[in-house]
Design a binder for this molecule. Structure first.
Ligand code: ADP
Ligand code: ZN
Ligand code: ZN
Length: 760
């Protein structure tokens, strides 16, 4: 092994919050398999850890290096390793942390061929039946819903291990005859037997033109990413499928399709399964560790060449990547909320660039970042401006909630009750008479309704009941957040503060409210108004596991649900022709979030949810309830005018400057003690200011510090400050220097978030 004292040394990246790799010697028996990208077992301190080989070199050991213990997994493809290095640099994360996000973890023991498998023994169709059966056993209900989400079957070990259900829960379900438990050869593929999508129809002329441009791109004619701006219902999925036919079938390369959340997009998955059958690997969070590792190996070995999944699928170990598609590219879920804080859309473009693959972003409401890239020529725009079959976009009506209130007041039915920050409001305020009448009609005709409740409870803002005025920052286009304890209204961007007003500054009324929307009240209002309707509610808080969404959507598809209630998750790419009415219960909440993307998000949400209506021959109608009918978000949504909205919003972000006009890093400092946290953020700010001064950095500006909009989470106080720069490289250098060198004291935590999607 040694020649002249020199040995083979491996630099190993460990998933630890340390910005460095560690050197190990490679013992002779591992020389063949210890390759860059391979997962290895190493001694570290008094214990063992898993890490990844970053680089290999021959060198003279210092004598401190210990030896690698084992090679645990074949190397990730070089492109994936290179991508992780990019992520590590760009997002200020240790390489081992980036790799941990990219490569499935080691599986504790070899998977036995015989598995103990739990299967649903019968369907539990009605909510009523579930409630009766599981009234005192919420864990049992969750377990059933987790099973449903997994296609009705799962390994017992998976349920009791990763998903954390006790043996007793499973036994109780067995006792009730709801599940059966037996030894089987292998758990069934959760997607098997679901390939019920019809084969793709021939493309329309508009689709054909777009497909042609993409196919040319796939043959090397275009190196830039494509942005497909296609209205809701314009047939974007078929375009993706046809691009993949070129790349996968004709060129024999691999492809990745990213979707915002796999459990919410069963229809998209089904279309790819219909086109590519067994070549498709669907990777999602409900896979067991073993299944995930099996999928990883099958992809790496070239057995699966189409990978569909949420953001982490961008790391799929395809050896020869020919295309990356990012569907609904504007979605915030593409940004990971923990380290490495990568944005899968941006990572997709980087990976495609590294591997010479076509990169396609699709959306009816593109992110302003992508839109700006089109304008600057970095992206190439493709458009599908019309719905398939020349179906019209659904008409959108506004119900002015101010008038509704006035009407009720005149009718003498207004109650005197003050609204609390977390909700309040009478049923009449939740469902206007107009919306109620339209729902009624749908129920009579056997058509379906979607009601969107865009509830974000913490966002409490001040609004005049009489004229609808919302207190906004004089310097920023965001509303002020009500800090109840301090009795102040605070801007979370420029840190302006003011007293809570007594009277409306516009109309002088003293009827000021601090508003937030309470979901339960909405649900109750719907139940009261339509007692006979079959209602399903879908949001993160109510459903046992996220896989139960899958089942709810299937029930909607089978028309077993009359009214689907939900948060933004129901706005995504669903295609239900029998949905003829979409109601937005209150558009104000989103608009008034104290975040620079609040308007963009709300516009996207309104446009997307409106896009669920009128996908069938019976047409559709959208009703938006709002106290801000003249807000540009609402007026542009009414006319389905994305370009108009984007132009206006880009203008709003000039002063103070926000992306896409500038690059941002958000630094969040948190701690358990309020004063210590404030002191810590001030120290951090002083540290950065000092750095900027001594290094003479003049194109990075620092704003803050200030409390975060959500000023305390899970007992930790949160403060933040912003770094802005027109130049990504300088911003990156400053951010990295800070992230790697700044070490806070005590229990203080510092998060450095590059290209944040939210500043809350
Ligand atoms: P988008 O994702 O752009 O909102 P979808 O891909 O869901 O739109 O397509 C909308 C509907 O149009 C779907 O029901 C789809 O099956 C149908 N469709 C798409 N392309 C065609 C086509 N060329 N001919 C007929 N129907 C199509
Ligand atoms: Zn007023
Ligand atoms: Zn401000």
């Amino acid at each position: 092994m040694s020649d002249g004292g020199s040995v083979l040394l491996a630099e190993v990246a460990l998933p630890l919050p340390l910005p460095r790799t560690f050197a190990y010697t490679v013992p002779g028996e591992l020389v063949e398999t210890a390759l860059p990208g391979a997962r290895v077992r190493v001694p570290f301190g008094r214990r063992e850890r898993s890490g990844w080989i970053d680089t290999l070199r021959r060198g003279v050991p210092t004598g401190k290096e210990r030896a690698l213990l084992a090679v645990e997994e074949e190397p990730a493809p070089p492109a994936v390793l290179e991508l992780c290095r990019w992520i590590s640099r760009y997002y200020f994360a240790p390489l081992g942390v980036a790799l941990r996000a990219a490569v499935p973890p080691p599986v504790s023991s070899a998977p036995p061929l015989q598995r103990r498998v739990v299967r649903l023994a019968r369907e539990l169709p009605s909510l009523a039946e579930r409630m009766r059966l599981f009234a005192r056993a919420p864990r049992q209900r969750e377990c059933v819903e987790a099973l449903e989400g997994l296609g009705g079957v799962a390994d017992l070990a998976h349920l009791t291990g990763r998903l954390g259900f006790s043996d007793a829960v499973v036994r109780a379900l067995e006792g009730k005859g709801v599940v059966s438990v037996a030894d089987e050869e292998r758990a069934r593929d959760p997607y098997a037997g679901r390939d019920d999508a019809a084969p793709s129809p021939p493309p329309t002329a508009a689709q054909a033109a777009v497909i042609e441009a993409l196919v040319e791109g796939a043959r090397g004619a275009e190196g830039r990413p494509f942005l497909l701006h296609g209205v809701t219902g314009s047939g974007k999925t078929l375009v993706y499928v046809e691009l993949l036919r070129e790349v996968v079938e004709r060129q024999g390369r691999g492809a990745i399709v990213l979707v915002p959340e796999i459990s919410l997009t069963p229809q998209t998955v089904a279309r790819f399964r219909a086109a590519f059958g067994d070549q498709v690997a669907v990777v999602h969070s409900a896979l067991s560790e073993g299944e995930r590792r099996d999928a990883w190996r099958a992809i790496r070995a070239g057995e699966k060449r189409v990978v569909i999944g949420a953001r982490s699928a961008i790391f799929a170990p395809l050896q020869d990547l020919g295309a990356v598609v990012v569907d609904e590219e504007h979605e915030a879920t593409y940004k990971q909320g923990e380290a490495p804080r990568y944005h899968a859309r941006d990572v997709a473009a980087v990976r495609a660039g590294m591997e010479g693959a076509v990169c396609l972003f699709g959306s009816a409401t593109p992110s302003l970042e992508s839109w700006e890239h089109v304008r600057s020529g970095r992206f190439r725009l493709l458009e599908l401006p019309e719905r398939i079959g020349a179906l019209p976009m659904p008409p959108i009506e506004v119900v002015d909630l101010r008038r509704e209130r006035e009407r009720r007041r005149e009718a003498g039915r207004a109650t005197r009750r003050e609204e609390g920050g977390e909700g309040g409001g009478e049923a009449g305020e939740i469902l206007s008479s107009r919306l109620r009448a339209e729902v009624e009609i749908r129920l009579e005709r056997g058509e379906q309704t979607i009601l969107l409740l865009n509830r974000r409870g913490y966002a409490s803002f001040a609004q005049c009941r009489a004229c609808g005025e919302v207190w906004a920052c004089p310097h920023c286009s965001v509303s002020l957040t009500h800090h109840r304890a301090r009795r102040r209204l605070v801007c979370h961007h420029c840190f302006h503060e003011e007293e809570v007003p007594e009277l409306c500054r516009l109309c002088g009324s003293d009827e000021l409210t601090f508003r937030g929307v309470g979901t339960e009240q909405v649900e109750r209002a719907v139940g009261d108004a339509f007692p006979a309707a079959r209602v399903a509610r879908m949001d993160v808080d109510t459903t046992g596991g996220k896989w139960s969404h899958h089942r709810i959507l299937e029930r909607v598809e089978r028309r077993e649900v009359d009214i689907l209630l939900g948060t933004q998750m129901i706005a995504k790419g669903l295609d239900f022709p029998n949905v003829t009415l979409v109601g937005v219960v209150n558009a104000d909440v989103g608009i008034n979030l104290p975040d620079f993307r609040a308007s963009e998000r709300t516009f996207q949400l309104l446009a997307q949810v409106a896009g669920r209506a009128g996908r069938g021959p019976r047409g559709g109608l959208v009703i938006i309830q709002t106290s801000l009918p003249d807000h540009y978000v609402v007026t542009h949504a009414l006319t389905h005018d994305y370009a108009g909205f984007a132009a206006r919003e880009l203008n709003e972000r000039l002063e103070p400057t926000y992306p896409p006009h500038t690059r941002l890093v958000n630094v969040v400092v948190s701690g358990e003690d309020e004063l210590a946290t404030q002191a810590a953020v001030e120290t951090a700010v002083a540290w950065v200011r000092d750095l900027l001064r001594t290094r003479r950095v003049d194109d990075v500006t620092l704003t803050g510090p200030a409390p975060c909009a959500i000023s305390r989470i899970r007992g930790r106080w949160r403060w933040h400050f912003l770094l802005r720069s027109p130049r990504g490289t300088t911003l990156g250098a400053v951010g990295r220097y800070f992230a790697e060198r700044y070490r806070p004291a005590g229990d203080i935590r510092v998060i450095v978030d590059r290209d944040p999607v939210s500043l809350l």
